[in-house]
Design a protein around this ligand. Sequence first.
Ligand code: SF4
Ligand code: SF4
Length: 261
Amino acid sequence: MKEWIAQEIAAAIAEAQAREGSVTRWRPPLVAYASADDPLFPQLKQIVRASHTTPKELLPGARSVIAYFLPFERDVPRSNRPNRLASEPWAVAYVETNALVGAVNQRLAEGLRARGFDAAVQPATANFDAEMLMSDWSHKHVAYIAGLGQFGLHQMLITAAGSAGRLGTLVTSAPLEATPRSSQPACLYTYDRSCTDCVDNCPVHALTLDGFDRHACYELCLENAALHQQHSLAEVCGKCVSVVPCTYVDPVARKVARGAS
Ligand code: SF4
Ligand code: SF4
């Protein structure tokens, strides 16, 4: 089953890249799995918000959660590194990858149903409370539970392929063995205080060593959406993940491996 899932994600990426007018390119995807019964899921009602949904609330009979990461090719974060506002390739990558998440979810859901299982999907974005700026299904937290990565100082997930990309998740009644979560941090600030690049990169100081002002961040995202209004709903910024140590890799894993070699 896991091999088929990986093939479906790869096929959706290939199809997206072959589509006329498609600009974004992606590095190889990552996939991880959680048990729908993982005790961390109910805790998201305290950690994220009281109305955060559990897999079983989304899909009665849920047994597993599939989480995947679609990392952008290196030219996308590179283009976004300079200037205060987001680059056009970054805005386009956001929009095209959200569409790709929809296509991956559709493929997986249809395939799972054809195999006799149920599936429930959530969109890549726009499923959040506009006042609280919080979601009832946080892909980041769900992907963390699935062992896809660890949170960084920038509040994003750092996967083995870094943090510049988009996450997708899907709940299913199919039984899939859970991926173990790493106990090692992936953020250099958490690991040994050797990096604060994401904080230094934030143009509006929404990100500090003391926390994250999501409203200040969202205001800049709206400014970028206006700038890139020809690309629908490009509420983006991404300066905190654009060419920092965790853009393309897990920098702690790399540091540990280099130290050990
Ligand atoms: S840029 Fe540095 S401090 Fe920020 S999340 Fe990445 S590794 Fe951590
Ligand atoms: S997305 Fe932009 S505004 Fe928001 S925290 Fe990152 S750098 Fe700051």
